[in-house]
Design a binder for this molecule. Structure first.
Ligand code: CP
Length: 316
């Protein structure tokens, strides 16, 4: 069974981006694919873009959609094997995943990292639990470690706005008052490895991402050096990986300003804290691609759902 769990489920990024851009020109061309098929979306965390863009994508394909805020409306789930369930959890993932598989043809799951326990987060017990016990294709709507729909939308956006065969793309850490997960940055890095670009990661010391992911990619601790000749600047906060989940500094000298951005295009996955992560002057400038990135979330999701329908149900 084919799933969409990480950016590594994309075989040829160039083809996927090109296909998504074609869907964008004629979003209702595949209405027959989703006929009598149901997408269930389970949200263990909040969302604006993922929730609405994925629903819209499914509607473009003629699918029915059911959405549930699982953390507030579902039973607390147990993921462990052989556990005596005499505490908070009322239902085991084994039953929950099999039950949802009766109601859905494709299942989307959002379950963020808790940022308290690296091993637990890296085990991805929510999305992996559903993958293990469900009998239907799973789409990752952002898990502990990755946000592959966001990364695909970002690749589409870069392709639409790049006038060079090999643009310079900088992933630049930004300050934030709260500890944020690594998922967006992880998936952006993984996606950039598949793209023909000069890619640089810039962050203060101590904010190294998982070295297994960033191996071979230039890391520049001097943000001004990293930004020289940049074509795209993707700004994002993440908490420390080595001191897992900690906010080591809120050094606002890393905030993106119009001056630092120069002539580059500005990218961010949203939601963004204005004047903390980036100045109003950046977000309100014509160089900002954030709204287009959000729009491309629909076509990233539509392409993924289309492929899952085609590959898993032989519907063409
Ligand atoms: N970028 C993104 O995933 O937005 P939401 O958290 O609002 O879905």
């Amino acid at each position: 069974m084919k799933h969409y769990l990480t950016v590594n489920d994309i075989d040829t990024l160039e083809n996927w981006v090109s296909e998504a851009r074609k869907l964008k020109l004629n979003p209702f061309q595949d209405q027959h694919l989703g006929r009598n098929k149901t997408l269930v979306l389970l949200f263990f965390n909040n969302s604006l873009r993922t929730r609405l863009s994925t629903q819209k994508a499914a509607q473009h394909l003629g699918m029915n959609v059911m959405v549930m805020n699982f953390s507030s409306e579902g039973w607390i789930l147990e993921y462990g094997d052989g556990v005596v369930m005499d505490r908070g959890a009322a239902e085991h993932i084994k039953e929950a995943a099999k039950v949802v598989s009766q109601y859905a043809d494709i299942l989307g799951i959002r379950a963020f990292a808790g940022l308290k326990n690296k091993e637990k987060d890296e085990a991805e017990h929510v999305i992996n639990g559903f993958e293990k016990f469900a009998s239907i294709p799973i789409v990752n709507l952002e898990s502990s470690l990755s946000h592959p729909l966001q990364a695909l939308a970002d690749a589409i956006t870069i392709s639409e706005h790049s006038d060079k065969p090999k643009p310079k793309v900088v992933l630049s850490w930004a300050p934030h008052p709260k500890a944020l997960p690594h998922a967006v940055a992880n998936s952006f890095v993984t996606m950039m490895k598949k793209l023909d670009a000069e890619f640089v990661i810039s962050h203060p010391e101590g904010y190294e991402l998982n070295p297994g992911l960033t191996e071979g990619i230039p890391i520049e601790h001097d943000q001004s050096k990293a930004l020289i000749d940049a074509d795209f600047v993707y700004v994002k906060n993440w908490s420390s990986y080595s001191k897992y989940g900690e906010v080591l500094s809120q050094n606002n000298s890393w905030k993106m300003t119009a001056n630092k951005l120069g002539v580059a295009k500005f990218m961010h996955c949203l939601p963004v804290r204005r004047n903390v992560v980036a100045d109003d002057a950046v977000l309100d400038s014509i160089q900002s691609l954030v709204i287009e990135q959000s729009n491309n979330r629909t076509f990233a999701a539509q392409l993924v759902l289309k492929k899952l329908l085609e590959d898993n149900f032989n519907i063409y």
